[in-house]
Design a protein around this ligand. Structure first.
Ligand code: TRP
Ligand code: SF4
Length: 326
């Protein structure tokens, strides 16, 4: 195994195709190449969702069902919940003592989120410290690399700075984790905007095949095409963006036909719906089987907890020794 990888997602419930192509698909590939730890960042959910904690557990189960349906294999990687490994809290406390406030305050995601969520009071100690908690998640497993999207890069840089600071103060305990950038396959939402639950424009990874077809048929295309013979502009069409991901072989043909006004949007959408369905139906069926098997997800999370806890215990031994707590 070429090193250790860790990554996590907040429990947002069912994943959509943006989440899948942005991260999960890559995790499934990585589990064959690395020693992988994938976790549900349920404590992180509190940083912005402290007032709706009742959704965290149901959302966790929905998300883990998607992880498994997409092909994460509990025999190959550890799948666990952050809150099941209490060492994350201990390391976070210790790290908080050496985390300069200025590093947290200058974090670009901090400023962005405060602005974005201006209607909600998230100006808390925990929210400010969020990058420190994320660093601890990574350091706990002495991860060599972390698959992240571009938005999380500042947090990874923060983690690397924390490593240098810790190792300088207490001795060389942690490796500096590298970012493993995912090649971005961007799928817009069905209305052409960014895919997001708050816009109600998602296709869920586990939507049933009929729902997928209905959503595809309702997608926004090039608005200037009224008749089939109108020349189209595929680059501004969401359906086209999906063809690139689900139907790459036929993209040259579709480009030509669309630009030349020889294919209607309805036909183009039907072809896409068939391709998506070919891809998603096995995932949908696997998920049905997973949720029908009562207790299976609990078993997976327990097995993951055991694997993660062993590694976390070893790291905390090193940390406590380095800091003269034993
Ligand atoms: N911050 C990540 C997000 O919001 C989730 C996360 C928490 C994470 N801890 C992590 C990702 C550690 C990678 C590594 O999506
Ligand atoms: Fe989009 Fe296809 Fe219509 Fe062209 S033909 S505008 S690619 S849906």
């Amino acid at each position: 195994m070429a090193g250790t990888i860790l990554s996590g997602m907040r429990p947002t419930g069912r994943l959509h195709l943006g989440n899948y192509f942005g991260a999960l698909e890559n995790w499934v590939r990585l589990q064959d190449q690395y020693n992988c730890y994938f976790f549900v960042a349920d404590w992180h959910a509190l940083t912005t969702g402290y007032d709706s904690t009742e959704v965290i557990i149901p959302n966790t189960y929905e998300m883990v069902a998607d992880f498994l349906a997409a092909g994460l294999d509990p025999e190959k990687c550890a799948i666990f919940r952050q809150s099941d490994v209490k060492e994350h809290a201990e390391l976070h406390l210790l790290m908080s003592m050496i985390t300069p406030l200025s590093w947290l305050e200058r974090c670009p995601t901090y400023k962005d989120m405060i602005q974005q969520l201006s209607n909600k009071d998230i100006n808390s100690y925990g929210f400010l410290g969020y990058p420190a908690l994320m660093s601890c998640d990574i350091l706990m497993y002495k991860a060599d690399a972390v698959p992240v999207g571009e938005d999380q890069l500042p947090h990874l840089e923060f983690t690397r700075e924390m490593v240098r600071r810790f190792n300088h103060l207490y001795g060389p305990v942690f490796p500096e984790p590298k970012a493993l950038m995912t090649e971005a396959k961007v799928l817009p939402g069905t209305d052409g905007r960014k895919m997001s639950k708050s816009y109600n424009n998602t296709i869920a990874l586990a939507d049933d095949p009929d729902t997928v077809r209905t959503k595809v048929m309702s997608m926004i295309t090039d608005a200037s095409r009224i008749k089939k013979t109108d020349p189209g502009h595929p680059d501004i069409c969401s359906v086209y963006a999906y063809h690139k991901v689900f139907n790459p072989e036929q993209v040259p043909e579709i480009t030509e036909q669309c630009k030349g006004g020889c294919i209607g949007c309805v036909q183009c959408k039907k072809a896409l719906a068939a391709k998506i369905s070919e891809y998603l139906t096995p995932i949908y069926e696997r998920r049905q089987a997973i949720v029908a098997d009562k207790g299976y997800i609990d078993d997976v999370l327990e097995a993951g907890r055991i694997k993660a806890a062993a590694r976390a215990a070893a790291t905390m031994d090193d940390v406590r020794s380095a800091m003269h707590f034993k």
